[in-house]
Design a protein around this ligand. Structure first.
Ligand code: ZN
Ligand code: ZN
Length: 184
């Protein structure tokens, strides 16, 4: 009986999996891959295809990771916690890059500055991201702060409703609803 196409590809995949259990085979395979990917254009093309494949299968991938998570939630949580601890430097550096990117975008000029008083000093520590529009109206909860809020802004292509304020103006605004700078 003729084999179906799927059956064939599954069989060859299983055979490959068996071969890869041999460290020597893996070493050879890596060597071959390095040579192949070192040819001009190959790396870019393969990365491009991988990104397309990822985008196409994202839904399925999410479903699988969700199922894996719920099989043993505690294990997944511990794993995430350990990851955060061992990679803290890397994660913080990445958050800082997104923070500066978002704060700069929601400033009036090309540099980070306060949208209320114009205070401009090249240090991100002086600034906060402020909701101009009501948080609820934007569908935001207590989750949307700090790194989560920066990522939200980037993932949603910088929607209107946010602004960069210096901590001074931000505090005054949160205390009395409006910054004294804005009162006549
Ligand atoms: Zn200010
Ligand atoms: Zn102000």
């Amino acid at each position: 009986m003729a084999q179906s196409k799927e059956e064939k590809s599954r069989k060859s995949l299983n055979a490959l999996r068996e071969k890869r259990k041999d460290p020597k085979y893996r070493e050879e395979e890596r060597k071959r891959d390095r040579i192949r990917r070192s040819k001009p254009g190959v790396r870019d093309l393969e990365n491009q295809r991988a990104r397309e494949r990822h985008a196409k299968n994202q839904e399925r991938g999410n479903k699988i990771s969700r199922a894996t998570y719920w099989k043993n939630p505690q294990k997944a949580r511990d794993h995430a916690k350990n990851y955060r601890i061992t990679n803290a430097d890397k994660i913080n550096a990445k958050i800082l890059v997104t923070k500066i990117k978002v704060l700069t975008h929601y400033s009036k000029g090309k540099k980070i500055s306060c949208c209320c008083c114009g205070f401009s000093e090249d240090d991100h520590n002086f600034y906060a991201l402020d909701h101009i529009i009501n948080k609820k109206a934007m569908g935001h909860t207590s989750y949307h702060k700090g790194a989560h809020l920066y990522n939200w802004a980037i993932n949603n292509n910088f929607p209107k409703g946010l602004q960069t304020l210096c901590h001074n103006c931000n505090q005054a605004k949160s205390d009395s609803g409006i910054c004294p700078h804005q009162k006549d």
